[in-house]
Design a protein around this ligand. Structure first.
Ligand code: NAD
Ligand code: DAO
Ligand code: ZN
Length: 369
């Protein structure tokens, strides 16, 4: 079938809106009509050419929501008409990783997903007979996409697509890092480094679980009002304090934070986040994705003396199981998504959405199909 897509032809070039061809779903796959998709830094990172795994030409996008319109043979968990959120981290419930119950990093389709292909090793997208790569197994910058059944979370039908698409990445990444990865307890003191789309979701996750101090750190003072609305209790601008940031934060939190979250992707801040943790038990969660080739460092004695360094992908969420619950939290008013969607636009204006994000003028832009 012909579908409308924003195609990434080459690194560093704007997306172009084109009619492309999409093959129907094969065994174990579903065809989804997308209703909305968010634009995330990871899409921009890949489009920039800095992503060593980036493939072109491709249909980018990984933060969508839509309706199943057709299912291939052997699909049993969803049917046409179901509302779904595509999952760039699938959940097969059968692989060694899923069965371990120790990780959300399902490996069932990892090798083909990383090559921009469907599990059978081919692409469903093409343009004038030439294949286009899938992206993160989702390719939501098209009004229709094909996904493996294990890479869709079925959600309730009264949830608005233009808001819950953000649960496909940013909301789950931030809130999930608090609930699933760190497992922040009520009364904890936390520090969140970076108050963008991810950091604000970490903040509201911390508020939801009953954290005590929620300290936000950002070099942009304009981030303060919205962060306070989401639950931040103290704001620190590293450029406005006397002395070094780490001792300042350790003093502020009376010995260091119980949990810190790095939501920037800067390896120097990752070190500061670890070293701002409380001696003996503080845990630091790396969420930000640093550029290829960057490395983290600290004095090992930081770990010997009880601080813990860990990372979180997609908020540690098992998508088919956890994403519908996060949709419920939104529908029940436990988390706020509406105030994070700062701009909406048609697919034709998607490059403007990238510009807004890179100029720091948006939290989330959402494309409406
Ligand atoms: P963003 O650009 O919206 O927010 C980053 C914030 O950090 C901004 O407010 C900026 O002012 C602030 N900042 C930049 N440099 C700083 C510094 N030196 N000190 C203090 N603050 C600083 O980005 P985002 O959308 O919130 O994404 C954050 C990171 O999370 C990115 O690296 C992204 O790739 C990553 N991410 C990770 C996952 C995952 O599963 N682990 C998922 C999605 C995104
Ligand atoms: O299993 O090796 C693997 C792949 C894990 C991918 C996790 C991606 C998390 C961070 C990327 C940013 C998402 C927008
Ligand atoms: Zn699995």
């Amino acid at each position: 079938m012909d579908v409308k897509a924003a195609v990434a032809h080459a690194a560093g070039q704007p997306l172009t809106i084109e009619t492309v061809q999409l093959e129907g779903p094969k065994a174990g796959e579903v065809l989804v009509e997308l209703k909305a998709t968010g634009i995330c830094h990871t899409d921009a990172y890949t489009l920039s050419g800095k992503d060593p795994e980036g493939l072109f030409p491709a249909v980018l996008g990984h933060e969508g929501a839509g309706i199943v319109v057709e299912v291939g043979p052997d699909v049993s968990s969803v049917k046409p008409g179901d509302h779904v959120i595509p999952l760039y981290t699938p959940e097969c419930r059968n692989c060694e990783y899923c069965l371990s119950q120790k990780t959300n990093l399902c490996q069932a389709i990892r090798s083909t997903q990383g090559k921009g292909l469907m599990p059978d090793g081919t692409s469903r997208f093409s343009l004038d007979g030439e294949p286009l790569y899938h992206y993160m197994g989702t390719s939501t910058f098209a009004n229709y996409t094909v996904l493996p059944e294990i890479a869709v979370a079925k959600i309730r039908e009264d949830a608005p697509f233009d808001k819950v698409c953000y649960i496909g990445c940013g909301v789950t990444t931030g809130v999930g890092a608090v609930v699933n990865t760190a497992k922040v307890e009520p009364g904890s003191n936390v520090i969140v480094f970076g108050l963008g789309g991810i950091g604000l979701n970490v903040i509201q996750g911390c508020r939801m679980v009953g954290a005590n101090m929620i300290v936000g750190v950002d070099i942009n003072p304009a981030k303060r009002p919205l962060a306070e609305k989401f639950g931040m209790t103290h704001f620190v601008n590293p450029q406005e304090i006397d002395g070094d940031l780490v001792p300042y934060l350790v003093e502020l939190t009376k010995g260091g934070a119980d949990y810190t979250f790095e939501c920037i992707g800067n390896v120097n801040i990752m070190r500061q986040a670890l070293e701002s943790c409380h001696k003996g038990w503080g845990e630091s969660v790396v969420i930000g994705v640093a550029e290829g080739g960057k490395e983290i460092a600290t004095r090992p004695f930081q770990l010997v003396t009880g601080r813990v360094w860990r990372g979180s992908a997609f908020g540690g969420a098992r998508g088919r199981t956890d994403v519908p619950k996060i949709v419920d939290w939104y529908m029940d008013g436990k988390i706020n998504i509406d105030d994070l969607i700062t701009h909406t636009m048609p697919l034709e204006k998607i490059n403007h959405g990238f510009d807004l994000m890179q100029e720091g003028k948006s939290i989330r832009s959402v494309v409406l199909y």
